[in-house]
Design a protein around this ligand. Structure first.
Ligand SMILES: C[S@@+](CC[C@H](N)C(=O)[O-])C[C@H]1O[C@@H](n2cnc3c(N)ncnc32)[C@H](O)[C@@H]1O
Length: 416
């Protein structure tokens, strides 16, 4: 694996970590598109890491093999870079859809996954579709695939998407289920008759009258999505070190990636963590669970229970207690997630830098600082802080709610 930054030497223990950390361009503005695994190519999910961030932090702070934990794992960006480097990844995550995405990636990366066999099974599934059959009869009356999902699509697309859900339910093997999960889930937003971005889906703005022009073909999009997935994963699988191949083959996925609400669940079955790399939810910025509403429905769930556990959800932004709730939830999550870190281990947090003068910027700045101030109480000492500029697209997206041009990477170390 080529090094991202030639300044990073091989042996982590014999280096001046501070000057090495400062030598990296954390905005990654001058680095050519790397060969890292970018989970965003396989599934859209809001506010994901660029893979260069966890990759570079691991190169600098973790001798191979280390135990790497991402408590707010999202769709698994940190976990996949850990596999690429030969580390042992662990992740917890509140969104059932995000967990399903990263577990599906894990399943498909196993050495025995037969991608051409899966492509053939999916071709047969598409060929066997009968537009006159009522596949929704397969589901119970209150199943979201029968009642909620079809409302988002034109009639033709809804029938196809429901058929694919039926095929998912009756799939004969785990790899096919994983491929369908990733392939279909990634296309649902684009297939829907809702033309707005994920915010509209998160806010449950059901399309009023899906028109003829909205009759998008689910099988075509699934085939495209499968092509991207197969090419990306095959390339990535080839680059995996033997240690990771063995782990993927033998380990139980649920021992490595768990659906967990870090606010209410204060016991983690993870120990002796060497390095945490994570980007916690930012205050009132993103709706992770409801942005994936269509995938929840397609998998036969609703987002409601994950919604209750979600820290800092955008939909709570008008509530008077939103920032205080964020502070209290984040403080208790940080206490839980820092417990398994070994003495001398690192905790890297990527958090927003609210620089503006508006009242909401100042209030959020204070809350983030208070969250960080809780960490010494858990034996974590701040050793380094690094600044990175956000790409223009993300700045623009956020402009309405707050001024956010920069993120900080805080590097803490456990002293006791
Ligand atoms: C900034 S995103 C992390 C994205 C991740 N780095 C990636 O690249 O996919 C923050 C994540 O925290 C999760 N989260 C929010 N509240 C949580 C909670 N109470 N427990 C665990 N995870 C939570 C969200 O669902 C979201 O996926």
């Amino acid at each position: 694996m080529p090094k991202l930054n030639p300044l990073i030497p091989q042996h982590p223990d014999q280096r001046d970590i501070g000057s090495l950390l400062r030598s990296v361009d954390w905005s990654f503005s001058s680095i050519a598109k790397s060969s890292l695994i970018d989970c965003r190519r396989f599934h859209w999910y809001p506010a994901t890491f660029i893979p260069e961030i966890p990759f570079s932090l691991m190169e600098l702070l973790a001798p191979v093999p280390s135990r790497i934990y991402d408590p707010f794992a999202g769709i698994g960006t940190t976990l996949m870079q850990a596999l690429l480097l030969g580390h042992e990844p662990y992740g917890t995550e509140n969104s059932r859809v995000a967990v399903t995405v990263s577990q599906s990636l894990w399943t498909l990366l196993r050495p025995d996954t037969d991608f051409s066999g899966i492509a053939e099974e999916i071709r047969i599934i598409a060929a066997e579709y009968d537009s006159l059959t009522s596949y929704e009869d397969h589901f119970h009356a209150d199943d979201p695939r029968r009642s909620l999902l079809p409302r988002w699509f034109s009639a033709k697309t809804a029938r196809q998407v429901t058929y694919l859900a039926y095929k998912f339910d009756t799939a004969s093997n785990e790899a096919l289920r994983a491929a369908l999960t990733l392939g279909v889930s990634n296309t649902l937003k684009g297939l829907s008759a809702q033309r707005g971005g994920w915010g509209c889906i998160a806010d449950n703005m059901i399309p009023k009258a899906p028109g003829v022009e909205d009759e998008k073909d689910a099988f075509e999009r699934l085939a495209r999505s499968m092509g991207i997935l197969t090419r990306g994963l095959l390339k990535f699988r080839l680059a995996l070190p033997n240690h990771s191949r063995a782990l993927l083959k033998t380990a139980e996925i649920k021992d490595h990636i768990r659906h967990t609400n870090l606010v209410t669940n204060d016991f983690l079955a993870i120990q002796d963590v060497d390095l945490i790399i994570t980007s916690p939810p930012y205050p009132s910025m993103t709706d992770y669970a409801t942005s994936q509403r269509l995938s929840y429905y397609w998998l036969g769930h609703t987002p409601e229970s994950d919604l209750r556990g979600e820290i800092g959800a955008r939909r709570k932004r008008f509530s008077h207690s939103a920032l205080e709730d964020y502070l209290s939830d984040m403080t208790s999550a940080l206490e839980t997630l820092s417990r398994p870190v070994r003495v001398g281990g690192y905790v890297c947090l990527v958090l927003p830098e609210f620089e503006g003068d508006r009242t909401q910027d100042k209030a959020r700045r204070r809350v983030v600082q208070e969250v960080l101030a809780s960490l010494p109480g858990h034996g974590l000492i701040l050793e380094h802080q690094l600044s990175r500029f956000l790409p223009g697209r993300r700045r623009h997206h956020n402009a309405h709610w707050t001024t956010l041009e920069r993120e900080m990477i805080y590097v803490y170390r456990r002293s006791s």
